[in-house]
Design a protein around this ligand. Structure first.
Ligand code: SF4
Length: 135
């Protein structure tokens, strides 16, 4: 399965499990930094995030929440369904940044040093043979 297919599969699976109760939004420490989210109904913000997982564009508040996510993981234990909102947000972030080939829904920061940083990290963990093959 390709990474894109994995994103699609996991998006559909988790979107089907989410009841849009909003508890993950209530638990999130980043809502004060996401424009409009603190004043929005938490369930509506969560529903907008689920919409992104279903190939939609979500609401402005949902997109702001997705963009503000810092992967704290505080949302995950708050979910009464036992699903993983932090992973849902990760999927939504990838999708909102255009990982599946669609136009981005949120700002994408270009990091010109991203590739060199990955290589520097990889050199710490790969054998010389693997480095010769992959770097
Ligand atoms: S807490 Fe769980 S069920 Fe409720 S909106 Fe968030 S992910 Fe969905």
């Amino acid at each position: 399965m390709s990474l894109a297919d994995h994103i699609r599969h996991e998006s559909a699976r988790l979107a089907a499990l989410c009841t849009a109760c909003g508890d993950c939004v209530r638990a999130c420490p980043m809502t004060p930094y996401a424009p409009g989210v603190a004043d929005a109904e938490p369930g509506a913000v969560a529903a907008g995030m689920v919409e992104v997982l279903r190939d939609g564009s979500g609401t402005p508040e949902a997109r702001a929440w997705i963009a503000a996510c810092t992967r704290s993981g505080v949302c995950t234990p708050a979910c009464p369904e036992g699903i993983d909102p932090a992973f849902m947000l990760r999927l939504a972030t990838w999708r909102a940044k255009g990982a599946l080939g669609d136009a981005p829904l949120i700002a994408v920061k270009e990091d010109t040093q991203f590739s060199p940083k990955v290589k520097a990290f990889a050199r710490l963990t790969l054998t010389e043979e693997e480095q010769a093959q992959w770097l």
